[in-house]
Design a protein around this ligand. Sequence first.
Ligand SMILES: NC(=O)c1ccc[n+]([C@@H]2O[C@H](COP(=O)([O-])OP(=O)(O)OC[C@H]3O[C@@H](n4cnc5c(N)ncnc54)[C@H](O)[C@@H]3O)[C@@H](O)[C@H]2O)c1
Length: 317
Amino acid sequence: MRPHSAIVTGGAGFIGSNLVDRLLLEGIEVDVVDDLTTGSLSNLANARSQGQTRFGFHKLDITDVAFEEFVAKRRPEVIYHLAAQIDVRRSQIDPVFDAMLNVVGSVRVLEAARKAGVSKVVYAASGGTLYGATAVIPTPETEPHRPLSHYGVSKASVLNYLATYRELYDLEFTALALANVYGPRQDPHGEAGVVSIFSELMLKGEECVIFGDGKQSRDFVFVDDVVDAFFRAADQAGGMVINIGTGRAETVEYLFSQLAQICGYTLEPNFRPARAGELLVSSLLVDKAKLFLGWEPWTSLSEGLALTVDWLRSSQQ
Ligand SMILES: NC(=O)c1ccc[n+]([C@@H]2O[C@H](COP(=O)([O-])OP(=O)(O)OC[C@H]3O[C@@H](n4cnc5c(N)ncnc54)[C@H](O)[C@@H]3O)[C@@H](O)[C@H]2O)c1
């Protein structure tokens, strides 16, 4: 059954705020919990002006006990857990910080959910880092989990906690293992999100750097499609880890050329040495999402890139 109320952790961030807009449109009451470290209130401008459905913003840190107290007061049916530190390089430099937020913070979310009698937690897992350097492309959920970064490990370890909370306390979950998500509101100044980073530099006429030869490929999935998977997961696919991507892999070089065309950019990219440990190819098989969520991606790369560039253009005005 569709829930009436939800808490979205990380709801002021890129994916979270797009999810909040969708939930409110569907008539679901939403409380956002975010400490605004990378998220922004401007991402919630639509939500705040929507006015039809109850919406609240709460500046809280998920690792803090105050978060548990808030969940106990609100007692939502579903928690969408997206709050995280998402910077792979930062996780390599400071694995303790990464684990405090991504592991301990997630355990806090599960404890809060258990104590408040929440029915379900939908978790934003990382499909791009979960399977490591597998030879099976596109990668199904049955592949072993072999993350190659501390971020990958912290995000993957939450899957074990989710399974254990389900086993011990009947707290239902669905984990969506996301490919490379892109679209409006992705931070062009962050470390993740090559689409936003390139688009912003191209619109400003500045140089874009490609690490390696540009032949490395990724599964780029548009944020609206991803949000739809989150929406569907509220009452389906219990106890499952489900890949959310496109099943395709586009090279960074191709992405660069597509964006250059959209932005009218004529400079050549600056090729720099490849980053250590970077995967050559990453793409997720999404048959399970079709079967258990009735979900398939529908936005083509060219459409999604055009929408992202439009958003960046308008947000720069
Ligand atoms: N963007 C992708 O391609 C991608 C791919 C796989 C998985 N994910 C996962 O999806 C989720 C959302 O990612 P995103 O790209 O929207 O990133 P984002 O940085 O835009 O969103 C994360 C949000 O969490 C908030 N936050 C950080 N620390 C917090 C804390 N201690 N307490 C409360 N809020 C806190 C931030 O302020 C931000 O609003 C993350 O869990 C990420 O691991 C993203």
